[in-house]
Design a protein around this ligand. Sequence first.
Ligand SMILES: Nc1ncnc2c1ncn2[C@@H]1O[C@H](COP(=O)(O)OP(=O)(O)O)[C@@H](O)[C@H]1O
Ligand SMILES: [Mg+2]
Length: 224
Amino acid sequence: MAGSLVHEIKNPLSTINLSAQLLQEEWKDVDTPKGQRALRRLQVMSSEVQRVERIIETFLRFTERHELSLEVKSLNEMLEDLAEFATAEAERSGVQIRLGLSVDLAPFSFDVDLVRQVFQNLVQNARQAMSPGGGELILKTDRVERDGVEYAIGEVIDTGPGIEAEKLERIFELYYSTRDGGTGLGLAISRRIIEEHGGFIEVQSVKGKGSQFSVYLPLERKET
Ligand SMILES: Nc1ncnc2c1ncn2[C@@H]1O[C@H](COP(=O)(O)OP(=O)(O)O)[C@@H](O)[C@H]1O
Ligand SMILES: [Mg+2]
């Protein structure tokens, strides 16, 4: 429903954008003050229409179900690669990355690209939370049983400022962000991806001490 509404809106928007661009072409050599003003207004129109298009695009990406492409993969290896990739940038902001990977965790079936995206989001948030002072970022794995279901857990732990209880209830909301330049998409999309895998994300946080995000992924997929 949201998806088709968005598609309906996109067509007239791109017509408006195209018309504004054609008008700009026509007016670009006009050197009267009035013409210059008109040109500037057309430029504002174009860039605002493009902004609406981008907002709609991200909303669409959020509402559309991801088609999971499942493969048997090692979560440990994925996190090792991610840590290696993130280390240089982390160290530049004074963040030490440490790994605590469980040897009991065998490969299991998940969408490695989507799950990697989740951990990249969590690592980025942790790094940003510890900026500019730096701190410690720990990536951990484990396996547990909950209500008769076996799960792999991947944890991202930081020594940042933590999250207050009132904020904690809202951080997974779409567009909720307390950061300058934040989009509020990271955690909403991450939760979505993990739920599509039949899992869930838990968060614990102590003000002034840090935060811990625990991603639970079922080791056995239920037939759907
Ligand atoms: N590790 C963390 N430490 C402190 N606050 C966090 C952490 N991760 C997320 N948050 C809070 O949750 C909000 C939403 O995060 P997210 O959905 O990734 O959006 P964004 O990163 O664009 O702000 C952040 O703006 C921040 O307030
Ligand atoms: Mg984020």
